[in-house]
Design a protein around this ligand. Structure first.
Ligand SMILES: [Zn+2]
Length: 227
């Protein structure tokens, strides 16, 4: 229900019970109604079943490192109304590598407190069998991005890493990024819509739930143009 005129871009995929893609070994998303006013109950309430990495979510350093920051201890200043740089990488092909050379032209606007949004346009494949065949970030780019002071990287794919069924390490970028205290946001939607905005004015909200001692959290990711 829209009661304001502010334009907010919704960067989260909808969570439809029983229909959310999840990584192998992760539980799916389920919302079960446990009481309903239509049945005479005092109020309507659902019980939820999901993982810390369900749908649009963030990864805290604790996801890969036992001594890494847990989700309840993340710096909310990095995730709340943060200035954003949107890199347009829509020309990348399935499973094509994104290198620092692709990102370097955005370097001038990367600085501490800024979130880097990697727009591949892949979010249109959400829910499809080939969703995991997305472009991915070269692990060596992590070091260069971190050197600018950026600590939050946001992808419109299931992972910043190459995901394959074959033998191989699908966590190289994750370790390079989370190992330096960075935060990863995955499965975001609608990044293309931000490309039409004034790049200096884009702000994002990526706030996690206050899940004590957890490794990640679903988020309602949003963006807007500052007035
Ligand atoms: Zn994750």
């Amino acid at each position: 229900m829209k009661t304001t005129t502010r334009e907010i871009v919704d960067l989260s995929h909808p969570l439809v019970s029983g229909k959310v893609y999840s990584c192998a070994g992760h539980p799916g998303f389920k919302a079960s109604c446990i009481s309903h006013v239509a049945d005479g109950a005092f109020a309507t309430v659902h019980s939820l079943s999901l993982a810390t990495h369900t749908g649009t979510h963030l990864d805290a350093p604790f996801h890969f490192f036992t001594d890494g920051t847990r989700v309840d201890k993340l710096d909310l200043g990095l995730l709340t109304a943060a200035p954003a740089v949107v890199a347009d990488l829509r020309a990348k092909q399935p499973r094509e590598r994104i290198t620092w050379a692709d990102l370097q032209r955005y370097e001038g606007r990367m600085r501490p407190g800024v979130a880097l949004l990697v727009c591949t346009g892949w979010s249109k494949n959400w829910g499809q069998a080939h969703y995991s065949a997305h472009p991915y970030l070269d692990p060596t780019a992590a070091e260069r991005i971190l050197a600018t002071g950026v600590r939050v990287v946001v992808v419109d794919t299931m992972s910043p890493d190459l995901v394959t069924d074959e033998e191989g390490d699908c966590g190289v970028f994750h370790r390079a990024w989370l190992g330096k205290g960075g935060i990863i946001v995955e499965n975001v939607n609608n990044l293309e819509r931000l490309l039409a905005m004034d790049p200096e004015k884009i702000r994002v909200g990526l706030t996690p739930l206050n899940l004590v001692d957890c490794d990640g959290s679903p988020i309602r990711a949003v963006a807007w143009a500052e007035e």
